[in-house]
Design a protein around this ligand. Sequence first.
Ligand SMILES: NC(=O)c1ccc[n+]([C@@H]2O[C@H](COP(=O)([O-])OP(=O)(O)OC[C@H]3O[C@@H](n4cnc5c(N)ncnc54)[C@H](OP(=O)(O)O)[C@@H]3O)[C@@H](O)[C@H]2O)c1
Length: 358
Amino acid sequence: MQRAAVRALRGMRDPHVRAICAAAGTPPRGLLYERHGEPEDVLQLKELELPALGHSDVLIKMLAAPINPADINMIQGTYALLAPLPAVAGNEGVGRVLEVGPGVMALRPGDCIIPADAGLGTWRTHAVLPEDNLLRVPSDIPMLCAATLSINPCTAFRMLTDFESLAPGDSIIQNAANSGVGQAVIQIAKAMGIRTINVVRDRPDLPQLMERLLALGADRIVTEDALRKPEMKEIFKSIPKPRLALNCVGGRSTTEMLRHLQPKGTMVTYGGMAKQPVTVPVSAFIFRDVRLRGFWMTQWKKDHDKQSMASMVDTLCQMVREGQLSAPTCTTVPLEDFKKALAASMQPFTSSKQILLL
Ligand SMILES: NC(=O)c1ccc[n+]([C@@H]2O[C@H](COP(=O)([O-])OP(=O)(O)OC[C@H]3O[C@@H](n4cnc5c(N)ncnc54)[C@H](OP(=O)(O)O)[C@@H]3O)[C@@H](O)[C@H]2O)c1
């Protein structure tokens, strides 16, 4: 995977590929970093040289790519998966196929594609990548939905299905419920008949945020502070205690959330936005026998074949068509304004996924 990304970046200037890119609009450009550091310090918008189209390669015009927390951590050099430097940033996005090599079997010019894996470097206008690194998405899927499909909704889907066998009427609890993953959890759970208790941080525009999450299908929304308060008892008069807790925060928010998990329930940690450890009271183990698990989508992809990923993406696309899953609340930003988008993505309480238009 990383070899493919490096080849796509360092390839020789190929006149044929360049001519196609030029005909499609601009010369190939991308957001490159040569060393790790804060994104605003190390990212540069540069012209890229693309390799010739190999036997099994695909030339892509990228259309849109979100800025996710893992993209930032990769640039900072603090993520578990690091691209060899220099690297093009970005792990997710959607593109359109411009041309295919003679050995490409499943893709045709005009098809929409998303990355099948992390680390490809999606914050660029064009790329030449092996067919194996790509998944076709139906072209009736809205662009912003497709651009944000391969990581967060997949993570939400796996966490809701792989850890507890939940039945309609059961409930789950999650923190950072307004995140991209959180919004996907709310919608996928709703489609499965599972009720969601959603924890968010307090903020001046809390009523508007609550309205948005309720419109997505959230059953209950509580602030981190409310997790400690008696009002939680009211919730559990009409909703069963959750069998599953989804944690991407850490610190006190997580400890408080864990208090509400059913005995023998499972908490899955998939992120650490507060940059604080998960602290679990001894009593939670002894008297409630809670199970603590972790999830990483990148590892899941390594452990499963491409067909498993493709069939999950098909399921999610069907949910999009049926109006059960939509793109997260987002702000689109032209590639040239990437610094503005990066700054917004790293601010607290933004509540809007920044998506680069390429
Ligand atoms: N393990 C995996 O495979 C996997 C896959 C996808 C995502 N993730 C992880 O999931 C998390 C969410 O990703 P995303 O793309 O959905 O994020 P996102 O849309 O950018 O949203 C970030 C979320 O984090 C919250 N947050 C930030 N700092 C916080 C803090 N100190 N305390 C509490 N909440 C805080 C934000 O809440 P406010 O609105 O209150 O600021 C917001 O809800 C990230 O940690 C990401 O790395 C993991």
